[in-house]
Design a protein around this ligand. Structure first.
Ligand code: NAD
Ligand code: WQD
Length: 345
């Protein structure tokens, strides 16, 4: 299939490009490089020996979208482009709604104009909010507690209504906690500032960029008192998009899928796994709970197993070892962000 990948230079997008090219899909990336770099796409080309057409542009801009649709004529879109920092979303709500919601509307309008009827959307487990029960299944109440989460929930509603009205297909992938890196150690997560998320923070402590990890609370109602999450290896997550495209080729309407392993790990377990993978001490300091955090969450991913034929295969050790290989091999990530990369290749 010809697949337009918005945000394809980002963390999850870049790993997905590798899997798409591996399954003989043709890809075109649309990315501003606001939170990434065109260097990433060179690495994907090198790794796969594949063609990655790239357009530098904004998913909210009609002219850019019309040009991409006319030139590339995608049969499906995988829509990663968005803003994802929970804290920033609370202080910049309009900016988050603009990119995450208006960006999705602009993309759907452009798809309608071009006659493209399939979209795979990057949603998040954060749409569920405080658990009513665990593991979350897809029927769980949607009650997000952050602006970021609400932008994802609103976008899901819009995609659902669009699919209903147009006869198109919207696959809503609710990612749990993506971690890890490509086995080549040439692709990985490269936070622009101080990492918000646990795994990249641990990795930066291990490589000596930060003195210690703050453990946000050790008095939760969990087996060791630290927060539990359902971490999903980014390569497993990338493969879920390939499975979703196959699904979209034979189904219409909107359908949500949890993409997690169903196996929660605590902060302490993540640190222990990383110490084992890196042979580094990784000092930790217990700090107060982080505002807005919940104690534990995990996915019921049976729907994805049954209907997408997808399941995670990577282990916790794979997550830690691949993150360490990436971080130690690329201590400064992809280098400085330029934001003025190639517009095509
Ligand atoms: P990322 O920031 O690495 O990738 C997003 C990409 O989109 C970047 O390359 C960025 O430059 C680009 N972009 C941003 N605004 C754009 C715009 N207006 N037009 C075009 N390109 C734009 O993030 P990621 O971790 O790869 O996440 C990808 C998607 O998955 C996001 O929508 C995110 O909300 C969602 N998601 C991420 C996580 C996670 O923990 N990483 C979890 C759940 C859902
Ligand atoms: C995991 C655990 C922290 C950092 C966030 C978003 C969510 C999704 C994924 C996009 C928690 C603890 C963390 C640190 C710590 N993103 N922690 N010290 O909060 O589950 O989810 O990223 O969709 O929307 O909210 O992930 O990695 O930040 O935290 O102790 O320095 O690690 O308290 O228990 P979270 P996280």
């Amino acid at each position: 299939m010809r697949v337009l990948v918005t945000g394809g230079a980002g963390y999850i997008g870049s790993h997905t490009l590798v899997e798409l090219l591996g399954q003989a899909h043709e890809v075109c990336v649309l990315d501003t490089y606001d939170n990434s770099s065109p260097v990433v796409l060179d690495r994907v080309r090198k790794l796969t020996n594949g063609t990655v057409t790239a357009v530098q542009g904004d998913v909210r801009h009609d002219d850019t979208l019309n040009t991409v649709m006319a030139d590339f004529a995608p049969e499906a879109v995988v829509h990663f482009a968005g803003l994802k920092a929970v804290g920033d979303s609370m202080t910049n709500p309009l900016g988050y709604y603009d990119v995450n919601v208006n960006g999705t509307i602009a993309l759907l309008r452009a798809m309608d104009r071009a006659g493209c009827g399939r979209i795979i959307f990057s949603s998040s487990a954060t749409v569920y909010g405080e658990p009513v029960y665990l593991p979350y299944d897809e029927a769980h109440l949607l009650n997000p507690t952050s602006v970021y989460g609400r932008t994802k929930m609103v976008a899901e509603h819009i995609l659902t209504d669009w699919a209903q009205a147009s006869g198109g297909t919207a696959v809503l992938l609710r990612y749990f906690n993506p971690v890890g890196a490509h086995a080549s150690a040439t692709l990985g997560e490269d936070p622009a500032d101080v990492p918000n998320n646990l795994m990249p923070f641990i990795a930066q402590v291990a490589v000596g960029k930060r003195a210690h990890l703050n453990v946000f609370g050790d008095d939760y109602d969990t087996p060791d008192g630290t927060g539990q999450r359902d971490y999903i290896h980014v390569v497993d997550l990338a493969r879920a998009h390939v499975a979703a495209l196959d699904y979209a080729a034979t189904h219409t309407g909107a359908r949500a899928f949890n993409i997690g392993t169903g196996q929660p790990y605590s902060v302490q377990q993540m640190v222990a796994a990383f110490r084992a993978a890196s042979h580094q001490p990784i000092p930790v300091v217990v700090a107060p709970r982080r505002a807005g955090d919940i104690a534990a969450m995990q996915a019921d991913s049976r729907r994805a197993q049954v209907e997408l034929g997808w399941r995670a295969t990577h282990t916790l050790d794979d997550m830690a070892a691949s993150t360490w290989a990436w971080q130690s091999g690329n201590p400064d990530g992809y280098g400085p962000r330029t934001g003025d990369g190639d517009t095509s290749s």
